[in-house]
Design a protein around this ligand. Structure first.
Ligand code: HEC
Ligand code: HEC
Length: 266
């Protein structure tokens, strides 16, 4: 390629090369991006249109007319149907007003409307689809697999959700929720989409078998009554509070006692 190294190479060589490189990148991207998922999701155009309508009414004010994001809400491009199902069925969305953490609320949408919203958001970009029961249902797990779920839970989740899955406080007025009674489907969706302060656990970090094991463990944990002094399973905050009250309280009493004795000795 002498023309590239020679000093007298054509002035247009650089821009042309750049344009070629860009074109190649574009072609590669188009060939490699997972378009199949998107087109599969857009199959039902009536449902997508219904979802689009619902979205414009209840969601666009924060998330932008086309889900591109706005000052009051993040972009929903690529968050996937799983995120919509989780956020809407648990009543987090539509959010009412900004706060430290958007709370669970009663969901007012019908199952079909949620399907429509999911179908619409799925057209914005590929993301986790709603899981099939085989991906989260713990039915048929052995005791060893459930015990492994317990280990996975203690390693990955208990720092925020407490050892008994009872939830706990996080800095700045945020909190990790108790996990009692949460369906396997919502656990899967929370892991794959990482709501608010929760990190995303994708399939390479925690494959579906691991999620099933964790779901199985949580179901078993919450079906058996806890043993010992559990402080209502309230976790490190309650335990810290207990230590504080008992510990500092006895120190205070002790110093009052010393002061009283000292005064008498004078
Ligand atoms: C008042 C503003 C507001 C409205 C209205 C609203 N959202 Fe949101 N939404 C937010 C904010 C803020 C977040 C980000 C929460 C966070 O992660 O801290 C969010 C997050 C989400 C997410 C999670 C995105 C992710 O990264 O996984 C989804 C999905 C979502 N919204 C869907 C909807 C849908 C569907 C509607 C309408 C039914 C809606 N939202 C209405 C403000 C809003
Ligand atoms: C860094 C802290 C953190 C870690 C680690 C974490 N979570 Fe969470 N989790 C949260 C927070 C905060 C919320 C609340 C988010 C919200 O309300 O949108 C949450 C919410 C959830 C929910 C939804 C509960 C509900 O009421 O809707 C589930 C399910 C969940 N977590 C499961 C898990 C599991 C299982 C793990 C371990 C694999 C885990 N989390 C690890 C912080 C964490």
């Amino acid at each position: 390629m002498r023309f590239l190294t020679s000093k007298r190479r054509h002035k247009a060589a650089k821009p042309v090369l750049l344009a070629l490189a860009l074109l190649l990148t574009g072609l590669l991207y188009a060939a490699m991006s997972p378009a199949a998922r998107v087109s599969a999701d857009t199959g039902n155009s009536a449902l997508v249109a219904e979802g689009d309508g619902l979205f414009k009414v209840a969601c666009a004010s924060c998330h932008g007319l086309n889900g591109e994001g706005g000052t009051q809400g993040p972009s929903l491009i690529g968050v996937g149907a799983a995120s919509v199902d989780f956020q809407v069925t648990t009543g987090r969305m539509p959010a009412a007003r900004p706060g430290a953490q958007l709370p669970r609320k009663t969901n007012t949408y019908t199952a079909e409307e949620i399907e429509a919203l999911m179908a619409y958001v799925a057209t914005l970009g590929p993301g986790p689809a709603r899981p099939a029961p085989a991906q989260y249902d713990p039915a048929g797990l052995t005791e060893e697999e459930i015990a492994r779920g317990g280990e996975l839970f203690r390693t990955n989740c208990s720092a925020c959700h407490n050892f008994e899955g009872a939830g706990g406080a996080l800095p700045n007025g945020k909190y990790a929720l108790p996990l009692k009674g949460i369906s396997g489907e919502h656990i899967w969706e929370a892991l794959r989409t990482g709501p608010q302060q929760m990190p995303v656990f994708n399939a390479s970090a925690l494959p579906d078998e691991d999620v099933r094991a964790i779901v199985g463990y949580l179901e078993e944990l919450h079906a058996t009554p806890s043993s010992g002094l559990s402080f209502g399973g309230l976790g490190p905050v309650a335990e810290g509070f207990f230590a504080w009250v008992v510990g500092i309280g006895s120190l205070v009493l002790f110093s009052v006692w010393i002061a009283a004795k000292g005064a008498r000795a004078k």
